[in-house]
Design a protein around this ligand. Structure first.
Ligand SMILES: [Zn+2]
Length: 337
């Protein structure tokens, strides 16, 4: 399959957040990634030659590891959600092409060479990455460094026809976006974004940078915003990676993250808190800026939350569910006023 052979139907489907990644092989996924660059006009605008784009994507593919969750398919899902969000919110009319190139490329590169062990492990186990980056977002710094290693090679440098100033801007942008995916910075990024949403100005560089950080974060944790048949296998993959880590932590006598411990975690318990306290607050804030996203997400999230709560037969089901519905009603009211 080449990018020219992708049907119009698939091109349109690719722009939707209900896209099912599980139907596609890695080779096809690579073509779909090319389609994203082409259909956003990035290949023409930045003179990205097809063979350079293919080589870049192949190098990216090679540098994702064969691990349960943070693999090439995850890279694709995050990029596809970013791509879908760009279309859904009509960002092409609000941001310049350089911003779109930064967003898409950051998503592609955001977990390069992830080892399957999170930052807490890296720091506690005093890994090479933790030592190199002085415990400061070791993984995210590494993902970013690997991205620019790939881009240092001329035959895989999709930015090779950019001016020095453009390259500088794209490097800054990608670093900012990828470093924002460190979940320990979640509240910092969310709170900054919250404070600017009421006065958001698309002519402000600072505002747009924050929006780009929020968009990559949302895309990164957006599995639960997808249909249940797409989301649930991803949760199995994530738990498998978490359990692998906690098993190693037990063996090595390192502190164990409670949400990774196979003896303590169940699928519903892991997701209920995550959806309520991490996902919903972030998505609600983004939907405050883009009301068009609200109906789409509220139904998916609430449906998933309901499913997990029912599975757990949670006594507090009604109270929690109603409070989440209230949050959405509240945000909906804010849109209409
Ligand atoms: Zn990720």
């Amino acid at each position: 399959m080449s990018s020219l052979e992708v049907s119009e139907e698939v091109r349109q489907y690719l722009k939707t957040p209900t896209f099912d990644n599980w139907q596609w092989e890695d080779a096809e996924i690579m073509v779909l990634l090319q389609v994203m660059y082409t259909d956003l006009d990035l290949t023409v605008t930045f003179n990205i030659e097809p063979e350079v784009l293919q080589r870049f994507l192949f190098e990216v593919y090679r540098r994702y590891n064969n691990i349960p969750f943070h693999n090439f398919k995850h890279c694709f899902c995050v990029t596809q959600m970013m791509y879908g969000l760009i279309w859904l919110t009509d960002l092409r009319s609000k941001m310049d092409s350089m911003d779109l190139l930064i967003m898409l490329s950051s998503a592609v590169c955001h977990d390069l060479d992830h080892t399957g062990y999170n930052n807490a492990y890296q720091i506690n186990a005093r890994t090479e990455l933790a030592l190199r980056y002085n415990d400061i977002s070791p993984l995210e710094n590494h993902h970013c460094a690997v991205a620019f290693e790939i881009l240092e090679r001329r035959d895989s440098n999709i930015f090779r026809n950019l001016s020095t100033d453009q390259y500088k801007r794209i490097r800054e942008g990608i670093i900012t976006c990828i470093l924002a995916t460190d979940m320990t910075r979640h509240n910092e990024v969310l709170n900054k974004f919250k404070s600017i949403v009421p006065v958001f100005d698309f002519s402000s560089r600072e505002h747009k940078d924050l929006l780009m950080m929020v968009l990559i974060k949302v895309s990164d944790i957006s599995n639960e915003a997808r249909p249940m048949e797409v989301a649930e296998p991803w949760l199995d993959c994530l738990l498998q990676e978490f359990f692998n880590q906690s098993d190693v932590e037990k063996l090595e006598g390192l502190p164990i993250s409670p949400f990774m411990d196979r003896d303590k975690v169940t699928k519903p318990s892991s997701q209920i808190g995550f959806i309520r306290f991490v996902l919903l607050p972030l998505f609600i804030e983004l939907a405050n800026l883009f009301p068009c996203l609200e109906p789409l997400w509220s139904s998916q999230h609430l449906e998933h939350l309901e499913t997990y709560l029912l599975k757990r037969k949670c006594a507090a089901f009604e109270r929690i569910f109603i409070s989440c519905v209230d949050s959405f009603c509240f945000s909906s009211e804010a849109f209409s006023s």
